[in-house]
Design a protein around this ligand. Sequence first.
Ligand code: DGY
Length: 323
Amino acid sequence: MSKKKVLVTRRWPTVVEEKLKALYDVTLNESDIPMTGAEIREALLAYDAVCPTVSDKVDAAALDVTNPRAKMLASYGVGYSHIDTEAAKKAGIQVSNTPEVLSECTADLAITLMLMAARRAGEGEREVRAHKWTGWRPTHMIGTKVSGGVFGVLGFGRIGREAAKRAHFGFGMKVIYFDPFPVKPELAAETGAEKRDTIEDVLREADVVSLHMPGGKENYHLISTDRLKLMKPTSILVNTARGEVVDGVALANALKAGVIKGAGLDVFEGEPRIVTDLYECENAVLLPHLGSATASTREAMGWRVLSNLEAFFDGRTPPDRVA
Ligand code: DGY
């Protein structure tokens, strides 16, 4: 039997690419240059499955295909707001993602950002590298103590709960959360997390607010000028979720005006472009979407895609089917 034709839109870890080569008639993106929507649309007509990732734009235009050859978009990454799932459904294409395997590393990075922003680590490193450090003194680069504070989680899913564990057990922080969906009591009990009825309640009470909800239309600019004003002037905002959840201009203004103390950001609306004003904010830590960027996690994400592809080609429901 001839091998199924599979297209992968970006470079993946070598071991996973080698396995794909063994299993499928695979086309890899050796150049790693992002594909256009039109190229993805063409691929849906020419391949049995397409494997996009979070930096691709698989929107309604890319999915405007009638009876495509590919009936499967096996995406590499947990977030899938880059895929118009309604349009995929209309075109008869299933969609899967790669949950669970990146929760710990993404949570680790949320804590990295919390500490970097609170303890001014980015500023400090810039000072040293610029040869501007004049030595220890009692008033130098004073930050904020996070230990014993309140860690507010918006979106208490897998990654939010892992971040909560680190904040609670690592730094003795009290955990509060808001999630629009019910959370099993035993999961909240792991960190003694207390539910709050609204986003606003969390923003008012938390010393650190960590964002862990999906992106897309439903949470677009959820953190706005008005909501930033509810936060404590001493507080820190951390975003490892999706860039569009935060109004970047509003955040830059809030950071400059001292509405909040600092921010740690791993994701940006329209990345890799960044709201220009954010570059000027010394109190913002800016990382290039590193949440899941560890060798073992990036491989595990690849294996997860492979198990979804395998199930799909066997005629089973992919274990991580989301649409
Ligand atoms: C995801 O998987 O959605 C991340 O943003 C990339 O690790």
